[in-house]
Design a protein around this ligand. Structure first.
Ligand SMILES: Cc1cc2nc3c(=O)[nH]c(=O)nc-3n(C[C@H](O)[C@H](O)[C@H](O)COP(=O)(O)O)c2cc1C
Length: 161
């Protein structure tokens, strides 16, 4: 798949096959993800593999579509609110890099904001100086949804003098 096809065919996957994912591939995608743009090279991301016990406690309504792997991606706070925001943006780029690297090899992801509530932050044992940028179900898609239509990009383009 070329880059444009990878980007345009990616979907949020909500139903996964039980088939395991090769650990080396996961590491390769995470390594590629870390090539995200990152102001001051803070490398703010931390990756956690979420085990069954924690997953049960989270009690997600679809159990992340039965994904064989669930990852949590954290972003460390910076010295200032601007750096914290920039770190979060870099970590969102990290996640999208990961999502696209996996998708190019037939593996889908479900980016969930389940970590947003204080209760789930507690279950996930997130230190105070980290933001949760995403909790990701990862696996081979069982169902690939139709694309969700986007507004024509021309409607979003303006010019400044
Ligand atoms: C920061 C972020 C948080 C998201 N959280 C959720 C979520 O909690 N639940 C959910 O169903 N989808 C979540 N999504 C996925 C979006 O719903 C999905 O990207 C959108 O519907 C467009 O579908 P597509 O990714 O297949 O193009 C999230 C996406 C992002 C970027």
């Amino acid at each position: 798949m070329n880059t444009l096809d990878t980007i345009k065919t990616r979907r949020t996957i909500k139903k996964f096959k039980p088939q395991e994912i090769d650990q080396n591939s996961l590491l390769l995608w995470l390594e590629a993800a870390a090539m995200a743009p990152n102001h001051r090279m803070t490398e703010p991301w931390e990756i956690y593999f979420i085990g069954d016990e924690t997953r049960e406690k989270l009690n997600h309504k679809t159990n992340f579509g039965n994904a064989p792997i669930v990852l949590m991606i954290l972003s460390k706070h910076g010295a200032t609110s601007v750096e914290t925001e920039e770190n979060a943006m870099a970590t969102a780029c990290f996640i999208q890099n990961f999502n696209l690297a996996a998708w190019a090899e037939g593996v889908g992801t479900f980016w969930s904001s389940i970590g947003i509530t204080p209760k789930n932050r507690g279950i996930l044992q997130v230190p105070d100086d980290y933001n949760i940028i995403g909790v990701l179900g990862v696996g081979y898609p069982d169902v690939i949804p139709e694309p969700k239509p986007r507004t024509p990009i021309k409607n979003r383009i303006s010019n400044l003098p």
